[in-house]
Write a new protein. Structure first.
Length: 92
C-alpha cells in the first residue's frame, strides 16, 4: 500500500464531510455547532406530517426517510483518521 491511497482516503473523508453539511437540514440559529449537529438530518424523502390527537401526544412523520447528520460525519472523521494513519505509517 502506498502513500497515495492514504491521501485519497483523506480526500474522500473531507469530501463526505463537506457534502454531508451541504445536504443536511434542520439547523437552528440559537443552537451552537454541537447542538445543531445532533439535531440536523439528511432527508431523502420528506413524507407527510401527522399531528397528534391527545393532550400530551406530539406529531410525527409518516413515510419519511432521513439519517441523522452525526453518522456520516462520524464516518468521515474515521476515514480521515485512517488515511492519516496510512500516510504516516507507510514507508516511502
Amino acid at each position: 500500500m502506498n502513500r497515495n491511497k492514504g491521501i485519497i482516503v483523506i480526500l474522500v473523508g473531507v469530501g463526505l464531510f463537506l457534502i454531508s453539511f451541504f445536504f443536511s437540514s434542520g439547523s437552528h440559529p440559537k443552537l451552537d455547532l454541537i447542538g445543531n449537529i445532533s439535531q440536523m438530518e439528511i432527508v431523502f424523502a420528506e413524507g407527510k406530517y401527522i399531528s397528534g390527537t391527545g393532550l400530551y401526544s406530539i406529531g410525527h412523520y409518516e413515510g419519511r426517510v432521513a439519517i441523522p447528520l452525526k453518522y456520516p460525519l462520524s464516518f468521515s472523521v474515521v476515514l480521515i483518521l485512517i488515511g492519516t494513519g496510512i500516510v504516516l505509517l507507510v514507508k516511502k
